[in-house]
Design a protein around this ligand. Structure first.
Ligand code: UDX
Length: 449
């Protein structure tokens, strides 16, 4: 499928984070002309120099081929990007405010800029919001900002849609090219039809495309992410029960549960809990949103509480084995919130490291891509350059990210260099039978007889 079979050929993307840049390179790879716009001069320079500005598998290569093919360029001037294209995807961040609500500052600022560009453009343009915003935001403050800055009327002079993004970090490009479904929230029929035509051309046949109200589309994203969060906290709750019962292993239990087609086995891995930029933030935001609507959302609150307790529980397992922690060394394997990313936002490793540093333990951490945590409170963390140096002389090791290279480790790797070979498997990557017979092995969710 090439772009000239579609009406829309020129696309601008405002924001170059995971969603923005993945969307940009994927459209470019299928022959659309894409301008990725960011206000960060470094990012513009890095992208135009054919590199990705952050770690994401395959993204460097995708940026390189997109730039070399001439289908992608990065641009600092948002107005220029909008005016030279027919559709704009708005992908700037929607971070969390201190009270758990969504910070709309960047989205509104970008909407103002897009609106001003529309005023200069003098032709119909489709604006598509991809960022995660609570129901009513697109029809409310985003539309108001666009109309006010442009002097134009949504639906008549420009189109407006919501198209939530479901990609995961670590598989962003694959997820962008092959989503399970595409959701289009439409302000009006014309806007929805234009986006449906563009996306049907981009994805080709076989991918369900759902059209609905703006508000339903906004809600689908929260409902999806919170369901994943609920599933993980459910698995962790089962793990906590299993831990109290000798002979029970939560992985075996979840394997038996997940094969029920009504449930499915994915997102049932118990461990140190969920982190990242979406699941924790979106669950908190939906709780807050529900509260404002007069509903307390007890299931979502419990999901967050179980998750918060889970990382602390992993730290407690370690502390229970250490005795007096002051002269003890703890080795953390993994800092990223999941493999194949350098992102530590809301990572369980932060809770675990903080709990150990607080009681005076020496904490060493090795992660294949996260080189250090530059947040306040983590100054005492040490970063040896290899797994073996991280493990050397340690009294306890905690696995916090299921990186592929950690899965290759054998029980010998631990027994040979640790002062006392105690391994806490916070991501359930090792075989409890093999490890349990060689060293003190505690896996989250394994009953201890
Ligand atoms: C998530 C959603 O999956 C994605 O659809 C959405 O667009 C953005 O948010 P992401 O944050 O990249 O994606 O990571 P995800 O793969 O969902 O994992 C989130 C966290 O849950 C990680 O910390 C992971 O380790 C944890 N997790 C996941 C578990 O603890 N157990 C599981 O079974 C699955």
């Amino acid at each position: 499928m090439t772009a000239h079979e579609n009406v829309v050929q020129r696309i601008s993307i405002v924001g170059t984070g995971y969603v923005g840049l993945s969307t940009a390179v994927c459209f470019a790879s299928r022959g659309y002309d894409v301008i990725a716009s960011t206000r960060n001069e470094d990012k513009v320079r890095i992208i135009n120099a054919k590199r990705a500005p952050f770690h994401e598998p395959g993204l460097d290569e995708a940026v390189r081929t997109s730039i070399e093919s001439g289908h992608l360029r990065a641009e600092i001037d948002r107005s220029e990007a909008v005016r030279q294209t027919e559709v704009t995807f708005l992908t700037v961040g929607t971070p969390e405010k201190a009270d758990g609500t969504v910070d709309l500052r960047y989205v509104i600022n970008a909407s103002d800029d897009i609106g001003r560009a529309l005023q200069l453009k003098n032709a119909y343009h489709l604006v598509v919001v991809k960022g995660t915003v609570t129901p009513g935001t697109v029809r409310g403050p985003i539309k108001a900002a666009l109309e006010e800055a442009s002097g134009l009327v949504a639906g008549r002079d420009f189109g407006l849609c919501m198209n939530p993004e479901f990609l995961r970090q670590g598989s962003a490009i694959r997820d962008t090219l092959h989503p399970d479904r595409v959701v289009i929230g439409e302000y009006d029929e014309q806007s929805g039809q234009r986006l449906a035509d563009l996306l049907a051309g981009f994805y080709g046949p076989g991918i369900p495309l759902l059209r609905m109200s703006l508000e339903s589309a906004e809600m689908v994203k929260y409902a999806s992410n919170t369901f994943l969060a609920v599933k993980i906290s459910y698995a962790n709750e089962m793990a906590n029960i299993c831990e109290r019962v000798p002979g029970v292993d939560v992985s075996e239990v979840m394997a038996g549960v997940g094969l029920d087609e009504r449930i499915n086995p994915r997102f049932l891995n118990a461990g140190a809990g969920f982190g990242g930029s979406c699941l924790p933030k979106d669950t908190k935001a939906l709780c807050k949103f529900a509260e404002v609507q007069g509903y307390s959302a007890p299931l979502l609150r419990a999901t967050l509480a179980v998750n918060q307790a889970q990382a602390s529980h992993v730290a407690q397992l370690a502390l229970a084995t250490l005795g007096e922690p002051r002269d003890k060394k703890v080795a953390l394997l993994g800092l990223a919130f999941k493999p194949d990313t350098d992102d530590v936002r809301e990572a369980p490793s932060l809770i675990v490291a903080r709990a150990l540093l607080k009681v005076g333990a020496h904490v060493s951490a090795f992660d294949p891509v996260v080189k250090r945590i530059s947040l306040p409170g983590f100054e005492g963390l040490e970063y040896p350059p290899s797994i073996s140096e991280c493990l050397a002389g340690a009294h306890c090791c905690i696995v916090l990210t299921e990186w592929e290279q950690f899965k290759q480790l054998t029980s010998d790797d631990f027994t040979q260099s640790m002062a006392t070979p105690v391994v806490i498997d916070g991501r359930r990557i090792f075989d409890p039978h093999e490890f349990g017979s060689r060293l003190t092995f505690l896996a989250v969710g394994v009953g201890r007889g």
